[in-house]
Write a new protein. Sequence first.
Length: 255
Amino acid sequence: MNKKALINIKGGLGNQLFIILFANYLSKNGFKIYHDIGYYSGNDPYNRKFELKLKNLKLFLISPIYKKLFKLFGKSFGEVDNLSNLNTSYLNHFTGHYQDMNFFDKDYLMKLLEIENSENKNSVMIHIRRNDYINLDEELQETFYIEALNQLKSKHENLKVFVFTDDFNYKKKNLGPHEISEVYNPTDESPLDTLKKMISYEHFIIANSSLSLIAASIGAKSTSMVFYPDPWMRNSNVAIKNIESSWKSIKNIKS
């Protein structure tokens, strides 16, 4: 008899996708999956919505009665590295974020999101997340982006620089000596549509955001350069596990 797993889906699009990737990992290991999206019936402080109403994703939403059974008789797990040393039972409740690249399945995600391979040659996608991160004191400093561009352009000249940001007031034309070709900060576009656009570049300088992490993980080719912040967060223990070894880390410090 197959074991059963209840997966709590929460957060923004990036978090939702990592949790769905973990659910796919469990499914491939023989678990019957149920989904709980009750998080979005509450008061999310950032007004985030459930974004994964996709024709390729079969959601098995948990009923209130069955949810009680998981809570009464199931085992509860937070973050998980793998299943080999996990003492699971018949009913299992998973409540973590699962931002571990060992669970990342690019082919599954591209099919799920209906993404086709495309690449804007001689280009770099930069993600600057500011709004909520400023309040949390987690925004990356401009020096992070300048250093990443310095390293990138020492290997690849004549790159066009495309900035994606949630800051609607971001109007900069340059990052240090580097000219910005275009700033992309849509006000009325779904996060999923934005993600699909972020993917289609040759190189990536990502923020400490699961959204641009996923964009780079899907869009990067063997010849791409990808830069990420280290540590991922300055003021919390949130970290991404098993980042691709060929990616380049840039120090995340606040001067």
